[in-house]
Design a protein around this ligand. Structure first.
Ligand SMILES: Cc1cc2nc3c(=O)[nH]c(=O)nc-3n(C[C@H](O)[C@H](O)[C@H](O)COP(=O)(O)OP(=O)(O)OC[C@H]3O[C@@H](n4cnc5c(N)ncnc54)[C@H](O)[C@@H]3O)c2cc1C
Ligand code: FES
Length: 256
């Protein structure tokens, strides 16, 4: 699929809560090709600084553009949060291989597992899987860090929450909640995005329960387009680039 570089007009760039921001971009060309799990590379500054683009998942896509959901964690994402409505953002995308969801239907019981900012690409996926009504598990440190609950519910999903401190939902890691859900049986596929330890635990649980898993990795990236080999991960089929062959890999393929 062709990759596009363009200057996308910022339709809005608003703080949702805490350090979480929602950015809407006018870029029909990227939106028309985008699949859940793919990402864009953004030049966050107006000039050449910082040199490296920042990868952000496609959170939603519609006819006229895409939206991105991001957390300010450092210089680049802070600069992004300062970009004003109406200005132009240099964007490359859609990049990478997203989630494979063709052929899924209501007979498939699907669970989406999001750890922290892992919610970002899974909202787009949930909307694509709307007719299947997936179960969504959101893991966060505290209730204040639970985000995108409304978006998942509006997409017809049932949602369960896990918080480390028990301030909302299940007390403990989202993988603990997943374990109890899998115990009910009937699931055929897990889609997950979040920190590596969570993804590793999800892959192990999927294997133990003979369920397929598709995991979106958030490796540090330099070029983002497959040229620098800065983002490789070990797989049963050799080293692969997260930005090019990923970011979504099957859990059985990854070597942790
Ligand atoms: C394919 C992909 C999709 C992503 N999608 C999203 C998204 O939808 N929303 C979102 O908020 N973030 C997403 N990220 C992470 C995002 O790219 C980083 O948070 C961002 O690049 C940090 O830039 P910075 O300059 O603000 O922070 P830096 O100053 O570069 O780093 C600040 C802190 O963030 C950590 N960090 C930096 N890059 C990453 C990374 N790739 N993964 C995990 N931790 C990182 C650093 O270790 C450091 O602790 C994604 C990353 C990848 C690879
Ligand atoms: S970031 Fe350069 S190859 Fe992936």
């Amino acid at each position: 699929m062709a990759i596009t570089q363009l200057k996308a007009k910022i339709v809005s760039n608003e703080r949702v809560k805490n350090n979480y921001w929602l950015l809407r971009l006018e870029c029909a060309e990227i939106a028309g090709k985008a699949c859940p799990g793919q990402f864009v590379e953004i030049r966050v500054g107006e000039g050449a600084e910082p040199l490296l683009r920042r990868p952000i998942s496609i959170h939603d896509a519609h006819k006229a553009g895409i939206s991105l959901f991001y957390e300010t964690v450092g210089r680049g994402t802070r600069m992004l949060s300062e970009r004003a409505r109406g200005s132009l953002l240099d964007v490359i995308g859609p990049l990478g291989n997203g989630f494979a969801c063709d052929g899924l239907n209501k007979k498939n019981r699907i669970v989406l597992v999001a750890g922290g900012m892992g919610v970002a690409p899974l909202v787009f996926l949930a909307k694509r899987l709307k007719t299947i009504e997936p179960l969504v598990l959101i893991g966060a440190r505290t209730k204040a860090q639970v985000v995108c609950l409304r978006e998942f519910k509006d997409a017809g999903c049932s949602v369960k929450i896990a918080t480390d401190d028990g301030s909302a939902g299940f007390k403990g890691k989202v993988t603990g909640l997943l374990e109890s859900c899998l115990g009910q049986g009937g699931f055929s596929q897990i889609f997950a995005c979040g920190p590596d330890p969570m993804l590793k635990a999800v892959a192990n649980m999927a294997r133990d329960n003979s369920i397929g898993s598709q995991l979106s990795l958030e490796e540090h990236m330099a070029c983002g387009i497959g040229a620098c080999l800065g983002c490789v991960v070990n797989t049963k089929n050799g080293y692969k680039r997260v930005c090019k062959e990923g970011p979504v890999f099957s859990g059985e393929e990854l070597v942790w």
